[in-house]
Design a binder for this molecule. Structure first.
Ligand code: DAT
Length: 173
C-alpha cells in the first residue's frame, strides 16, 4: 500500500495506556487518532454485547471494511487491544504498550472493571500475550515494545514516535 503518511498501530492489554498515548502522539505529530473501540460502538460494527465478558462481539468483516477506507490515505494512529485481525500491509509501525502489574491493577480498579475482566487482563499482560501476538503478526523490525507506567514514559514514547515519523518522511519522499 503506498501512502503519503504512515499508519501506526498502538496496541496492548486494556489499561496499558493506548488511548491516552495515542492522543498524545496525535498532538505531537499531527496524525489522526482512530479509537477502534469507539468506532465499533458508534458504527455498530459488532454482533451484540456479551454481558458475561463485558465486551462487544466484533463483526470483523464490517470493521475491516470500515478501517480499510479510513486507513488508505495514511496518517492514522489506530488504537486497539487486538492486533492480529488486521492485514499486515496496513501498518508501518506497531507499538505494544506495556504496564507493570501494580499500574495496571490500579487503572482497572479505577475504571470499575469486574474481577473476571481484571484477572483476565492481568494474566494477559503478565504472559505478554499482545506482544507475542504482535510478533507473530507483523515483521519484527516494525514491532516496538514501549513501557507505559508513568507520564514521563508517555511523553518519551510520543517523542520517539515523532522522531520516527520525521525519519519516515525523509525516507519516503
Ligand atoms: P487503554 O486505552 O490501553 O485501555 P487508557 O489510555 O484509557 O488505556 O489509560 C487507562 C488509564 O491509565 C487512564 O486513566 C490514563 C492512565 N494512564 C495511561 N497511560 C499512562 C501512563 N503512561 N502513565 C500514567 N497513567 C497512564
Amino acid at each position: 500500500m503506498s501512502r503519503s503518511l504512515p499508519n501506526i498501530l498502538v496496541t496492548g492489554t486494556p489499561g496499558t495506556g493506548k488511548t491516552t498515548t495515542s492522543e498524545m502522539i496525535a498532538q505531537v505529530t499531527g496524525l489522526d487518532h482512530v479509537n477502534v473501540g469507539e468506532l465499533v460502538k458508534q458504527k455498530q460494527l459488532h454482533e451484540g454485547y456479551l454481558e458475561e465478558f463485558d465486551t462487544h462481539v466484533l463483526d470483523e468483516d464490517k470493521l475491516l471494511d470500515e478501517l480499510e477506507e479510513i486507513l488508505k490515505e495514511g496518517g492514522k494512529i489506530v488504537d486497539f487491544h487486538t492486533c492480529e485481525i488486521f492485514p499486515e500491509r496496513w501498518f508501518d509501525l506497531v507499538l505494544v504498550l506495556r504496564a507493570d502489574t501494580a499500574s495496571l491493577y490500579d487503572r482497572m480498579s479505577k475504571r470499575g472493571y469486574n474481577k473476571r475482566k481484571m484477572d483476565e487482563n492481568m494474566e494477559c499482560e503478565i504472559m505478554q500475550v499482545v506482544l507475542e501476538t504482535a510478533h507473530e503478526s507483523y515483521a519484527p523490525e516494525i514491532v516496538i515494545e514501549l513501557p507505559s507506567n508513568t507520564i514521563d514514559d508517555m511523553e518519551s514514547n510520543a517523542d520517539r514516535v515523532k522522531q520516527w515519523l520525521d525519519a519516515w518522511k525523509v525516507n519516503n519522499q
